[in-house]
Design a protein around this ligand. Structure first.
Ligand code: SF4
Ligand code: SF4
Length: 170
């Protein structure tokens, strides 16, 4: 597989194509970003506003083509550049997903790659939860949801669970 290279003269063109949902972050990064957006009065972008076919990251300013939290962007955003060696980038991606603090939803012993920090920053992440689960190809039963919720609570993800529980009971 080959990545699209969107750089301009070897520099990031800020096209935003790598700024999608599914960016893995650590708990420490989450806390830093929370502090930063509070202090700087930054609100996440509305996922469904305008043409968001690529499901951009909630902090990618689609109008001005820039990262709203550039100073405190996660580690994976700092190291990524699309003209780098694919294998190297893939290795980094795997490492970052392993470090991510809520990437542990397992299903029959398999780890589901469920990391996306957007969920933590939308006022109402329910539509995004719908989107993510609609993209999981195997059927997710109510039992699996309940197991996942129990685990997420144990890992301190009650904020997300608060949005998920009503969704699953519908
Ligand atoms: S690194 Fe990302 S934002 Fe920069 S040019 Fe490549 S795809 Fe676009
Ligand atoms: S945090 Fe910033 S650099 Fe990282 S994906 Fe979002 S918009 Fe892009």
């Amino acid at each position: 597989m080959k990545l699209d290279v969107n750089t301009c003269n070897g520099k990031c063109s800020r096209c935003g194509q790598c700024c999608t949902i599914g960016i893995p972050i650590t708990k420490k990064e989450e806390l830093t970003i929370r502090k930063y957006i509070k202090e700087n009065n930054i609100t996440p972008e509305d996922l469904y506003e305008g043409n968001n076919f690529y499901a951009y990251c909630c902090f990618y300013d689609r109008k001005n083509h820039k990262c709203k939290i550039y100073d405190v962007r996660p580690e994976i955003c700092r190291s990524f550049q699309c003209d780098r060696n694919y294998k190297e980038l893939e290795k980094e991606k795997i490492e970052n997903h392993k470090r991510a603090f809520w990437n542990y939803m397992d299903d029959n012993g398999e780890i589901s790659n469920f990391t996306t920090f957007d969920l933590l920053f939308y006022d109402n992440p329910k539509p995004l939860i719908d989107l993510i689960f609609s993209q999981i190809d195997k059927p997710i039963t109510k039992e699996k949801y309940i197991t996942a919720i129990k685990k997420m609570k144990k890992w301190g993800l009650s904020e997300l669970v608060d949005h998920m529980v009503p969704h699953f009971e519908e």
